[in-house]
Design a protein around this ligand. Structure first.
Ligand code: FES
Ligand code: FES
Length: 204
């Protein structure tokens, strides 16, 4: 079974350990655009890095603790709370986003790894204001959610699954969606939604 795709930096100490340490020490990990502007005028923040990334088509500049995960940066630095923190260990898929068009577990991706790259979250997939992505509509049509906590990650993984060419039959879909867990057990609806949306995505 394929492991949930993610990117790992060559870092000798676990990110989680560092983040927990920073949290216990009360150290903020992310500064948003406004704070970055202030930091830039005051001079660099000790130990921090400035990164530029494109999020859902919008250029963003952030001053980051190099230990900050992409997930925490999106949720706490940019107020994009669609990607969810389930396990924070790369095991559930709730945090799935796209980095340069490839799905990643954002809890295992350092924000500095996204420097100069394009990030797409669930907030950025609809083609236009008021419209839904075919995968979003299919999840609604096939009742592919209950509590909805896993749903943003499921949809981002499902879109990637189709784009990767791994949605040709139910077994293949199950295999390539196996990194995304649903505690509510909505798997039958999720499978049906992906089968429904796949041809519409290929046409679109
Ligand atoms: S929160 Fe990232 S895989 Fe679970
Ligand atoms: S819909 Fe509740 S965890 Fe998936």
């Amino acid at each position: 079974m394929d492991e949930m795709p993610h990117e790992r930096g060559d870092i000798p100490v676990s990110r989680r350990g560092l983040v927990i340490g920073a949290t216990l020490a009360g150290v903020p990990l992310v500064r948003s655009d406004a704070a970055a502007q202030g930091a830039a005028t005051r001079g660099s923040v000790p130990g921090s890095l400035e990164v530029s990334l494109t999020v859902n088509g919008e250029a963003r500049r952030l001053v980051l603790d190099p230990r900050a995960s992409l997930l925490d940066t999106l949720r706490e630095g940019l107020a994009l709370t669609g990607a969810k923190k389930g396990c924070d260990h790369g095991q559930c898929g709730a945090c799935t986003v796209h980095l340069d068009g490839r799905r990643v577990a954002s809890c295992l991706t350092l924000a500095v790894q996204a420097d100069g790259r394009a990030v797409t979250t669930i907030e950025g997939i609809a083609p236009a204001e008021g419209d839904l992505h075919p995968m979003q509509q299919a999840f609604i049509d096939h009742d592919a959610l209950q509590c909805g906590y896993c749903t943003p990650g499921q949809i981002m993984a499902a879109i990637a699954c189709v784009q990767e060419g791994h949605a040709s039959n139910p077994d293949e879909i199950r295999e390539y969606m196996s990194g995304n867990l649903c505690r509510c057990g909505a798997y039958a609806g999720i499978l049906a939604a992906i089968q429904d949306a796949a041809p519409k995505m290929r046409v679109g």
